[in-house]
Design a protein. Structure first.
Length: 494
């Protein structure tokens, strides 16, 4: 079986000639055929393209001219990235039949690296949500328990990596949407520094927060993926020209003497005691590996969520103004005039959560309320960022839970505020623009994964990966697989 392997293990098999990209891709496609009836992660499977690309990769290995470590590796993408000639929905009815004429820069880079695209993955509509229940199409299931959510908004991207339906995937994280589903599905999910990865061709949610990042089976794979996608891009002026280090080279150096801060505010009343226990045990493991931990305080943490739910909807209301039925996507029939067409199209094309955010965002930006809400939230954002600056004057890294709880049941969080609370530990990192990673940090008694979050200095993903790698070497959480194979579970209804 090739599907359970990591990308770097797969690459080693290709190079030594004991397996070919076509064998791996064929096996993955068969798994998708057999298991995605239960998981519901794929919105689109690009079967023919995948087999064609795999054959080309086979030929490169045969000729001894592979392109690099991702050549022939089967990957899948959250359906938020534009893919030339391949339907791209962003989880929304308004883009139901949208086929982009171009590739996002990250897609171009993955193709150039030889990666083979298996398909596009389910997500909350316009990346607004924490469970994929806000997808306009169907809800993705958590491979560890099909009655539970995989997290979101990159729920499909986390589920496929957990269920071995792709070797690697790409997601986006605006307030936690890579790290939270990674935690719920027991895989690694990394949000790089704001500006580290190009967003050209990424369908925008909240532009001062959105960032692209990998979901992976282990740290080496995340390093490979980040290296392939990171760096400046003439098509995106927000992708900063900071050199991209050799991330794999930093792995294996250990964490002897590293200073790691433990933020008091990330262990709050009401959090799941099993999560707290696992994170405290992980901190003890990091100490055993030679790190020096110390308590730190991020006093404005409690205000982050409120500031985010002003800033993100404000930016979303502006970004989503382009879906008007004129340029592309859905156009409602039977309109009397232009304004009527706009409103009919948007009423039919957007789901409730998107509408809620557009209304909220429009309100906080309106004349008379702008200073009271949007302006105030921006000030709070600065305070949150300063908390981190002060902490990073003393420590190299912060360690915390990724989420206050584990994967919840489908339909359990109907109240939007309950849903929003999921991201209380991930949102401050986006507000501050810092890199953060969630890695497998344990399991509950009931067998659900627990995420451990590491937060680093801006553009210092290398230190994050190094610490994550040291922890991974000392633990076996990342090697556990969900009980999906041989599962006789009834076909889970969409
Ligand atoms: N769950 C958060 C929200 O709904 C974050 C989403 C994200 O990171 N894209 O906005």
């Amino acid at each position: 079986m090739l599907a359970p392997l990591t990308a770097h293990e797969l690459g080693a098999r290709y190079r030594s000639g004991v397996a070919t990209p076509t064998e791996a891709v064929t096996e993955y496609l068969a798994r998708i055929e057999g298991l995605d009836r239960h998981v519901h992660a794929f919105l689109t499977v690009t079967r023919d393209d995948a087999l064609r690309e795999a054959a080309l990769a086979d030929a490169r290995f045969k000729a001894g001219t592979p392109r690099g470590p991702l050549d022939g590796v089967p990957v899948a993408l959250k359906d938020v990235f534009c893919t030339r000639g391949v339907r791209t929905t962003c989880g929304s009815r308004i883009l139901d039949d949208f086929v982009p004429p171009y590739d996002a820069t990250v897609v171009t880079r993955l193709r150039a690296a030889g990666a083979v695209l298996l398909g596009k993955l389910n997500m909350d509509e316009f990346a607004m949500g924490s469970s994929t229940e806000h997808s306009a199409f169907f809800t993705t299931r958590n491979p560890w328990d099909l009655a539970r959510v995989p997290g979101g908004s990159s729920g499909g991207a986390a589920a496929v990596v957990a269920a071995d339906l792709a070797a690697l995937s790409l997601g986006t994280d605006t307030g936690g949407s890579i790290r939270q589903p990674a935690a719920f599905c027991g895989v690694l999910g990394m949000k790089p520094t704001y500006g580290r990865v190009s967003r050209y061709g990424l369908i925008a949610f909240a532009s001062s927060l959105d960032q692209v990042g990998p979901l992976a089976k282990d740290v080496e794979d995340a390093a490979l993926m980040l290296e392939a996608i990171a760096g400046a891009d003439p098509m995106d002026s927000t992708a900063v020209d900071v050199p991209v280090p050799d991330y794999r080279a930093a792995l294996g150096q250990g964490i002897e003497g590293m200073r790691i801060g433990v933020p008091a505010e990330y262990f709050m009343d009401g959090m799941d005691p099993e999560v707290e226990r696992a994170v405290r045990e992980a901190i003890a493991s990091l100490e055993k590996l030679g790190a020096r931990t110390e308590p730190v305080s991020l006093p404005h943490t409690g205000y982050g969520l409120a500031a985010y739910y002003v800033i993100a909807p404000a930016e979303a209301s502006s970004n989503l103004a382009r879906y008007d039925g004129v340029k592309y996507g859905l156009r409602a029939a039977g309109a009397r005039d232009l304004i009527d067409m706009y409103s009919k199209t948007r009423a039919a094309g957007f789901g409730n959560e998107v509408k809620r955010r557009v209304m909220l965002g429009t309100y906080v930006l309106s004349a008379g309320y702008h200073d009271a809400y949007y302006g105030q939230a921006q000030k709070v954002r600065t305070l949150v960022r300063r908390d981190f600056e002060q902490a990073f004057a003393r420590v190299d890294l912060l360690v915390a839970p990724t989420t206050p709880g584990v994967a919840f049941k489908l339909g359990e969080k109907e109240d939007p505020l309950q849903m929003y609370l999921n991201d209380i530990f991930t949102i401050p990192v986006n507000l501050a623009g810092l890199p953060g990673v969630s890695i497998p940090g344990g399991f509950t008694q009931a067998g659900l994964p627990i995420g451990l979050q590491l937060i680093g200095r801006a553009f210092d993903e290398a230190t994050l990966l190094r610490a994550a790698h040291a922890y991974q070497q000392a633990t076996a959480w990342h090697t556990r697989k969900p009980p999906l194979d041989g599962a006789t579970a009834e076909r889970a209804p969409r």
